[in-house]
Design a protein around this ligand. Sequence first.
Ligand code: ADP
Ligand code: MG
Length: 312
Amino acid sequence: MKKVVVALGGNAILQAGQAGTVEQQLANIDQAAGQIAAMIMAGYRVVITHGNGPQVGNILLQNEKASDLVPAMPLDVCGAQTQGQIGYLLQQSLTNILRQHGHLQPVVTVVTQVSIAADDPALKQPTKPIGPYFSAAQAQELAATQGYIMQEDKARGGWRRLVPSPTPLRIQEREAILNLLASGAVVIAAGGGGIPVVETERGLRGIEAVIDKDLASQRLAVDIGAEILLILTDVKAVAINWGSPGQEWLGEVHVAEARRYQAEGHFRAGSMGPKVEAACSFVEEGGEIAIITSLEAGSAALQGKAGTRFIL
Ligand code: ADP
Ligand code: MG
């Protein structure tokens, strides 16, 4: 039974333009869970990871608006909240579908901490915009009182907080995840890229930063000895010359070739860039195969019939 880490993209939970009601999120999640249930019933041992951008943004907004009533929580705590809420919806949806097919294994969410280096240079250079949009005056106030680094988004006409995006080094709950898998459970872990923590003399400490969910999924996949890393997003495959006349979908690609395209700048930072990086390093670090495809094509891709497949 092969272990596969399935990384769910943002659109699997909330699609562009949706307000984010629980009904909308559940409807999307039911679709994703249907795909994943098919993989489980085909005999794969599955660990699910997922993004949390819109959800953590909404929690930050709620914190902001209610901060005169209840204390606002730091980003690491908000990240943990999103792991709980998205994990819950996935757990319920997937459990329901599996039971309908007579499969009774438990589905379990693990609140996951991911170690980063205390001296990661990324910590000094916040690059990732998160949470609500503020006016220039509010942005100045937040910078002065909270020490936030704020950046103007001219297209959206507002200011947003920037946080660092450090490199994931270690999954703290690795053993627990392995034990759950061995017991037959389906595991949801490293949601939102995991909660970034540093290891100090006095133990672990949460950091206000965001780890890229694809890189965290890669780390998790290697750390638990998964054979397959399956990154599900909203395009059927990876393309070179993306969005230009010479666009070409990639089918099976050797990592060395993918690295060449990467160096030539075919994969955009913040979207396809980290996915290709995750796929390449997974295979370079001993994984059997990494696949990037759409949610709908996930099962077909596992059978070699869809998506971009990265091999050594
Ligand atoms: P997710 O939310 O699933 O993590 P992203 O939006 O971050 O997904 O990344 C997927 C998007 O990357 C696609 O919808 C596509 O618009 C974009 N993209 C950028 N470069 C490429 C490329 N070379 N090939 C395919 N898609 C690309
Ligand atoms: Mg997206």
